[in-house]
Design a protein. Structure first.
Length: 465
């Protein structure tokens, strides 16, 4: 769509001329995230700095029915920040302040443009802990985490973003500014608008302040890398560890190719893998008492030794722990550097992981594609990277979507769903009918209409059609 000079002038008056951009380079820069090779530039990029400015922008957009897409760190994998209908790209990068850290109540109030790792490090300096740690935490924004209900490696013990959000300041599409809840640990007062906003992918309102609860920081952890000769046995071991009464702080699954590509991608990483090994589990336990952690590690060893494994590697130093985590967090980039790919974000009850993995491989053979799987196995969240490799362009365009549909059908059959942490966004919305009935989808459409009757806020996301 085209924005008139009159509307552009109004935007410049609101935020200042130097924070309104219409040049092609800037628009393209804010027109993509990490979702494959999609580029959907907004017609204009606007960089507000406070809720009042966003309110004025949304009033104009609502009046003229101009699409508005909130844009964070652009690390998303479902196309949530893509301006698929053009309009105003609303960059949140100037909302970059941690407003207060309440050490007495274990809370932090932050703006949405703060990088997640910066927030984690800031509260850590106070002896506090914000557990949510997506792989992109060094570049993603906390506001994006709220929008997508992001998880990460430690979700298995500590939960995901929704478990820490107490209250949100939100600008609605009408320009009204509200707080969704209260800065309390318990709240049974009316509909839970806070949790409705978390995971809504910027389709219901623009988050401008976030109140998060914190934990006290643990002082010790034990990290081990367990090699398995059979990938499905690595998946079986996940449920067995929990049935033995252990709740790890992280339990990550990595298929053989994932580790090989990550080792090749990262300079100086020395992880030796025997040819026969098919998969690894990266397992962490944490707490304040080393003797308890060692006992838990020994119990985990007893469990995994029931399967066909090779020698377990214990990370003895912080450098070794950091290297193993760097390997795990670099897998997505390593895969991306090797081939054109599509990444799906499946999640099932953890006991069903072996069936999911075997099914994915069988579906790949049926449609002629290879997949590399890894993810947060402790909570049943498996990332499926479908590799183009030597596939023809025609088969990539025609056969792979059929395979993806079957993967999602299998996931739902196993009592799982389409996304564990990446969101639905633009690329998964047409699969939503696999997971939800017509009635369910109509309820979502009605909720969207109540908040955004003119459909201006992040249109073309989540809902099919």
């Amino acid at each position: 769509m085209q924005l008139t000079q009159d509307i552009l002038k109004k935007l410049e008056i609101i935020v200042g001329q130097s924070f309104v951009f219409t040049d092609v380079e800037t628009r393209n820069h804010y027109g993509h995230d990490e979702t494959e090779d999609y580029v959907f530039p907004p017609n204009v990029v606007v960089k507000p700095s406070n809720a009042t400015e966003i309110s004025e922008i949304l009033k104009i957009a609502n009046q003229y029915k101009i699409p508005v897409v909130p844009i964070g760190g652009r690390t998303g994998l479902s196309g949530g920040a893509l301006s698929v209908q053009g309009g105003i790209g609303l960059s949140m990068e100037r909302f970059n302040k941690i407003l207060s850290i309440d050490e007495q109540n274990l809370q932090v109030i932050t703006e949405p443009g703060v990088i997640t790792q910066v927030l984690r490090e800031a509260v850590s300096e106070k002896g506090l802990f914000y557990p949510v740690d997506p792989s992109s935490m060094g570049s993603c924004f906390i506001g994006g985490n709220v929008a997508e209900n992001s998880g990460g490696a430690r979700a298995v013990k500590y939960g995901v973003t929704k478990d820490y959000v107490l209250n949100l300041e939100v600008v609605l599409p009408t320009g009204d500014i509200i707080w969704t809840g209260a800065n309390t640990l318990k709240n049974s007062t009316g509909y839970n608008l806070t949790q409705l906003m978390v995971g809504s992918e910027g389709t219901l309102g623009i988050v401008t302040k976030i109140v998060l609860k914190l934990l006290s920081k643990n002082t010790h952890n034990v990290l081990m890398l367990v090699p398995f000769y059979k990938a499905n046995e690595a998946c079986e071991a996940v449920s067995a560890i929990f049935r033995a009464g252990i709740v790890p702080s992280a339990l990550e699954f990595m298929e053989r190719d994932a580790i090989d590509w990550a080792v090749e991608y990262i300079d100086g990483l020395n992880v030796q893998v025997k040819n026969e090994i098919q998969a690894h589990l990266l397992i962490e336990v944490d707490g304040n008492y080393p003797e308890i952690l060692l006992a838990e590690a020994e119990k985990i060893m007893t469990v995994v030794e029931q399967f066909q494994i090779d020698d377990i590697l214990f990370a003895d130093t912080e450098d070794e722990k950091n290297a193993l985590w760097k390997m795990r967090r670099s897998i997505a980039e390593a895969v991306k550097s090797n081939s054109i790919y599509k990444e799906e974000d499946t999640v099932v009850p953890r006991y069903e992981l072996p069936k999911l993995l075997d099914g994915i491989k069988s579906i790949g053979k049926k449609y002629g594609f290879k997949s590399v799987c890894y993810g947060h196995a402790g909570d049943g969240n498996l990332h499926v990277n479908i590799i183009k490799g030597n596939m023809s362009d025609e088969n990539w365009q025609t056969e792979v979507p059929k395979g993806i549909k079957e993967i999602f059908e299998l996931t739902v059959l196993l009592k799982g769903t389409l996304s564990g942490e990446h969101g639905i966004g633009y690329v998964q919305k047409d699969y939503m009918s696999i997971a939800f009935s017509k009635t369910h989808l109509e309820l979502m459409e009605r909720i969207k209409f109540v908040f955004d009757p003119n459909g201006i806020l992040n249109p073309g996301k989540i809902l099919p059609g």
